[in-house]
Design a protein around this ligand. Structure first.
Ligand SMILES: [Zn+2]
Length: 134
């Protein structure tokens, strides 16, 4: 069977954290769209653990839902409902930290703005990327 790390990671997230599971207006079960690459999976997991801790103190925690986790201009971004100051701070911290983590492999990286799409990559993944354009 084809192994899909993205599917596996999404299942792990949705099994553990209720804020990645939600219900559509028509009552059907839905899940967060996660389109980031695997280099950021550890970061997203760590931030999710911190969000979980923060929500444990909050009676309205079921109102917090994440609809999408995606990459934009080399940063991890979130679309979500309801936030407290502390949750907002954690999500902004994740965005900040994603600037220094290679999206492909998870090693130390930096923003690469020389190509059409801005990505955060380590030197090695960046040179692989550049080879493809030669
Ligand atoms: Zn890399």
């Amino acid at each position: 069977m084809f192994f899909d790390p993205k599917e596996e990671f999404r299942n792990k997230l949705t099994n553990r954290f209720s804020f990645y599971n939600w219900t559509n207006a028509n009552g059907t079960q839905s899940y967060t769209a996660i389109s980031i690459k695997s280099g950021w999976y550890n970061l997203l997991w760590d931030i999710s653990l911190e969000i979980e801790k923060e929500l444990a103190k909050d009676a309205k925690k079921q109102l917090f839902k994440v609809f999408e986790v995606y990459q934009k201009y080399g940063e991890m971004n979130f679309r979500y409902t309801y936030y407290s100051y502390n949750i907002e701070r954690l999500l902004l911290e994740a965005e900040d930290r994603s600037n220094k983590i290679c999206e492909m492999c998870g090693q130390f990286g930096g923003l690469r703005e020389e190509c059409m799409f801005i990505l955060t990559l380590c030197d090695e993944c960046n040179s692989k990327r550049n080879e493809r354009f030669i």
